[in-house]
Design a protein around this ligand. Structure first.
Ligand SMILES: Cc1cc2nc3c(=O)[nH]c(=O)nc-3n(C[C@H](O)[C@H](O)[C@H](O)COP(=O)(O)OP(=O)(O)OC[C@H]3O[C@@H](n4cnc5c(N)ncnc54)[C@H](O)[C@@H]3O)c2cc1C
Length: 463
């Protein structure tokens, strides 16, 4: 017999869990379905584990470069990958358990462990690992099923006799440092793994299909980041596409057409595939677009009555904070009588290489394409006292302002503390205040944020 709930959340990603708790606290009988690990990608194989590795890699880097600060460390700097992993496992284990306990401990929440699949417009079957099936139906269903790593079709890959490969999930299980890690990809996941494994001591080669990294960012950002990573020893092969892979006595060989690269490990960081393919969406009357994403309106409603899609699966963001913000929008509209929309959200994100890169709003290329009258200011990090004191002056800051409205259109910071400093721009943009508000604010000395008003003093017409 089918069990009835007021609401069902499929997936315990970054938006799903808090939404389930809010719905339950408002008195709704709520079911949560999770087929794998509580907390989803971010907690288990995304943000949290990678940032613990970034921290370990930075510790190694600081130790290796300590002499320039007058600090001598006797002996070689070595990495114990098993301990790096153990530290990561402890951090993510605590988060994962915390989320599971939070859900199970919330009155009105029923947790189902298994794969959820639509069987009708607001009906689902849940299949647990032991094969048992349970039917449920609900007045409201929220899809928060996230994405998984995309693995391209390449001759010789995978299977029982094929060449083994790594994704963002399996690379986090390694207990030895790879001798030569080849990474296919040039976006933020590839770059973060590239720098961290280089700092762990691997030889790292990035295979980049085009002629530059970070194709969504301005060229000056991409070039500056490439220079920093190359200086640390990360190798880049541009115009390189893996055509075939094969096992060799020493590891594996990746054929790129006329030439080949020998490697010990191969990581794919070639995009994400939405978890919509085994969801029975056709039974709910929900179509996916050509990327496999579920189209939603500004309030994150799908085309099917009573069904919402939040998080990466709706294509309106691909970050933990966008998934969390989706939850806030849905909860505010359903439970607090508000009328919030994702359409007015100002996009912001960071790439956690070291130094980090962070952006909000439009890039310079986007503003140029848009064609409106704009002002631009840039400042190298060498002008930032804090950066000089830290001996880390790579990168620059950039701001773009609408010449007529004086509103900030976008900002990019590639430099130390960029992932924090970007929020001075985020907040002023969300306040819809003119750039002069930020320009006239007094900031603490000596910080990176202190130079943001000075950056804005240098605004000039974008020509
Ligand atoms: C390597 C890496 C690093 C990242 N670093 C960052 C970062 O630094 N900052 C940042 O903001 N973002 C980062 N991200 C992105 C971030 O992890 C995601 O945007 C975030 O997890 C939001 O995902 P979500 O809420 O859409 O769902 P997810 O977190 O993907 O969770 C979906 C859940 O649904 C479950 N599920 C799927 N299908 C079903 C089904 N049919 N039935 C039941 N359960 C199901 C899955 O098991 C999973 O638990 C990173 C991602 C990766 C891969």
């Amino acid at each position: 017999m089918s069990q009835h709930f007021d609401a069902v959340v499929i997936g315990t990603g970054q938006g799903g869990s808090p939404l389930a708790v809010r719905l339950a606290e408002s008195g709704k009988r709520t079911a949560v379905i999770e087929r794998h690990l509580f907390g989803g990608t971010c907690v288990n194989v995304g943000c949290t584990p990678t940032k613990t590795y970034v921290a370990s890699a930075r510790a190694a880097h600081v130790a290796r470069t300590a002499a320039k600060y007058g600090v001598d460390i006797g002996g070689d700097i070595t990495i114990d990958m098993a301990r790096v992993k153990a530290r990561k496992d402890e951090v993510i284990g605590a988060s994962r358990d915390g989320i599971e306990q939070w859900l199970r401990g919330t009155p009105n929440v029923t947790v189902f462990k298994g794969h959820g699949r639509f069987t009708g417009p607001r009906a689902l079957a849940i299949r647990s690992d032991d094969g048992a099936t349970q039917d449920i139906h609900a007045d409201m269903i929220f899809i928060n099923t996230g994405t998984r790593a995309t693995v391209p079709h390449i001759d010789g890959l995978g299977g029982l006799d094929g060449v083994p490969y790594l994704t963002n999930s399996s690379i986090l299980e390694l207990t030895d440092v790879p001798a030569h890690l080849v990474i296919v990809g040039a976006s933020y996941i590839a770059l973060e793994f590239g720098q961290m494994f280089r700092r762990f001591g691997s030889r790292v080669t990035l295979l980049v299909r085009g002629d530059r990294i970070l194709t969504r960012e301005d060229e000056d950002v991409a070039r500056a980041m490439q220079d920093v990573l190359a200086r640390e020893g990360v190798e880049f092969r541009f115009g390189a596409e893996a055509k075939r892979v094969q096992k060799t006595s020493g590891g594996l060989r990746i054929e790129l057409g006329d030439e080949a690269i020998d490697a010990s490990h191969l990581l794919f960081a070639t995009g994400r595939t939405p978890n919509t393919d085994n969801l029975g969406l056709e039974h709910a009357g929900i179509a996916v677009n050509r990327h496999g994403l579920i189209d939603v309106d500004g309030e994150l409603r799908t085309k099917a009555e009573g069904v919402w899609a939040i998080g990466d699966v709706n294509g309106r963001g691909a970050f933990t904070h966008t998934s969390w913000n989706d939850y806030e929008i849905v909860a505010a509209n359903l439970l607090d009588g508000e009328s919030r929309s994702v359409d007015t959200r100002i996009m912001t994100y960071a790439v956690f290489v070291d130094p980090p890169f962070a952006r909000v709003g439009m890039s310079e290329a986007e503003v140029r394409k848009d064609g409106r009258a704009a002002l631009i200011a840039t400042m190298p990090m060498t002008r930032v006292g804090r950066a000089r004191e830290r001996g880390e002056t790579d990168g620059f800051m950039k701001a773009l302002v609408d010449a007529d409205t004086k509103r900030i259109l976008g900002a990019a910071i590639y430099g130390i503390e960029g992932d924090e400093v970007i929020h001075t721009f985020v907040d002023i943009m969300n306040a819809d205040a003119p750039y002069t508000t930020l320009q006239r604010a007094m900031h603490v000395h000596p910080t990176v944020s202190e130079l943001v008003p000075t950056l804005l003093d240098g605004l000039k017409p974008l020509v």
